[in-house]
Design a protein around this ligand. Structure first.
Ligand SMILES: [Zn+2]
Length: 257
């Protein structure tokens, strides 16, 4: 007899398997990234069809399979409905799905961080969906990037020089080669360093220290230019360690042309 299990999961990708069925890639609370068949989801009146749309969080019952599980029941928990009517919200949400697919794809059945990552994606989608301004969207995505790296063991220490292990007071440089901050002295021979303003470092360290949902003194102060800069910095860092360039923003640039 096939084993069944229940979990909560957020849809990150779906594609057709055949004329009637879809395959959904989801991030689940208990098992990390899972792939499951949604039977009959392509039929016009299928309830399941609506529940397997991108970004929706469902409570699920699944039959366990060798390579693919099968969705037996799905009940939506949050549709994050406002993500879909805003191009910015949509593209940053797709970016989240893309990096989770890159970093967690070999995490199947290896569930030590699953709940923490699930909650992070859930909170990020909720914040992005309900965001009232571009600043709010960017702040949420930036927190997501920093937190995800912390959970996966790739967190950045924004205060210390990774070579001499001393606290950097000012003039910190970030080395993309080392994937860490260096003091001015230690950075002399590293030609790939970029300067990061002390206030920006402090801002990102603060975001790294607090809970995702906790507000910081910077939340209302950070403007779009600063937030965008921080986002692009984290994006480059993440692309570097994954050895993959996230594509979503390039695709969007192409669409806008
Ligand atoms: Zn140093």
């Amino acid at each position: 007899m096939r084993k069944n299990f229940t979990t909560e999961a957020i849809n990150l990708k779906n594609y057709p398997l055949n004329d009637n069925d879809n395959i959904v890639i989801m991030f689940s609370k208990t098992k990390g990234l899972i792939r499951a068949v949604a039977k009959g989801a392509k039929r016009p009146k299928s309830k399941l069809g609506a529940r397997i749309q991108m970004f929706i969080a469902n409570k699920l019952m699944l039959f366990e399979g060798k390579n693919l599980d099968t969705i037996a029941e799905a009940q939506s928990l949050n549709t994050f409905s406002k993500i879909r009517n805003d191009l910015d919200k949509l593209s940053y949400s797709m970016y989240i799905a893309e990096i989770i697919n890159i970093f967690c794809s070999n995490q199947y059945n290896h569930n030590e961080n699953s709940e923490e990552i699930y909650n992070l994606i859930f909170n990020a989608y909720d914040k992005i969906s309900n965001a009232k301004s571009k600043e709010e969207i960017l702040l949420s995505i930036l927190k997501f990037q920093i937190k995800l790296m912390n959970i996966l063991g790739w967190g950045i220490d924004f205060k210390m020089c990774s070579i001499c292990q001393k606290e950097i007071k000012n003039d910190a440089l970030f080395s993309f080669q080392q994937g860490s901050f260096l003091c001015k002295k230690c950075a002399v021979e590293d030609k790939n360093c970029i300067k990061i303003h002390d206030k920006i470092r402090d801002f990102m360290q603060t975001l790294s220290d607090v809970n995702f949902l906790q507000e910081t003194k910077y939340d209302k102060l950070a403007n779009i230019a600063v937030l965008k800069k921080c986002f692009l910095f984290m994006k480059k860092y993440i692309d570097n360690i994954s050895h993959k360039k996230t594509k979503i923003f390039e695709v969007l640039e192409y669409v806008k042309k």
